[in-house]
Design a protein around this ligand. Sequence first.
Ligand code: NAD
Ligand code: KPL
Length: 303
Amino acid sequence: MSWHILGAGALGSLWATRLARSGVPVRIILRSAQRLIDYQHAGGLTLSEAGQSSFHSIAAELPDATTPIQRLLVACKAYDAEAAIAQLSPRLANSCEILLLQNGLGSQQAIAERWPQVRCIFVSSTEGAYRDGPMQVVFAGRGQNWLGDPNGGSVPSWLGDLDQAGIPQIWSSDILTRLWRKLALNCAINPLTVLHDCRNGELLQHREQLAALCEELSTLLEANGQATAAIDLHGEVLRVIEATAVNYSSMYQDVRLGRRTEIDYLLGYACRSAYSLGLVVPLLHDLHRQLREHLSLRGLPTD
Ligand code: NAD
Ligand code: KPL
């Protein structure tokens, strides 16, 4: 059975090349005829890893191809994921499984609600990749992938494909807790790096602001029934900042490169969730407002 990969950006290419080189059948779905022509011209995807490059000639198609899809990895940004799957809707088999790699929360639930007949597997990834040219991906940071089905159910047999491809994976029985924890970390760190215009490590000069934000985020997690995700959040935020001190956060890089951020699936989701629970989180609302103003001034979408 072939894997289909929707979105041949950084993470999509990283998964596609590792699956393909291990002999797992994989096809990538490109967004436009022009992209397909460019891809065919390049002949495949190039993966750079630990200073070594490898070339992978992977089959590619457009969303309107007609072959049914049984297993789909969605590697688009959170704001593109639902519309991208909608283009494939007629091709989704009843027994289809969709893996959702998106950061934050909100896009996954919207997709699961819209296609109740398919099994949605949520993924939380700490692997790092970036594109350094068309059809080229750099594997920038080793990490882990936690996969899980928020509705429970059996462990998928295709996890063996990931092992075969050297894609690290852990099946998680509490994937929502993992995603909430990552959302909280990203809400504490990423917006502040944008607003203070700094690397992660420089946030240690704003310890009081971080501590107060973590307190609100912990309250929000607990109110959402995610008490486990709230345990020692502040401590982990400080540890992540120290471990990634010289890095610029992903949101900082998006803003610097003039790219749309995933703010609506991070701070936006946090603020909407607090509102729906009647929880007062003034610091989160203020941070969200300041960040939207910052984006707006730079001509970037505020959602
Ligand atoms: P990316 O922008 O590099 O790739 C997204 C790709 O999706 C692009 O190539 C885009 O053209 C494509 N796309 C959008 N709409 C499409 C459509 N309708 N049909 C086909 N393709 C379409 O993004 P990325 O960095 O790979 O991130 C993907 C997701 O993974 C994000 O939610 C991100 O937060 C998350 N993530 C990324 C990393 C990383 O290191 N890059 C790490 C962890 C999580
Ligand atoms: O995940 C991150 C990101 O840059 O998106 C870090 C900085 C590690 C935590 O917010």
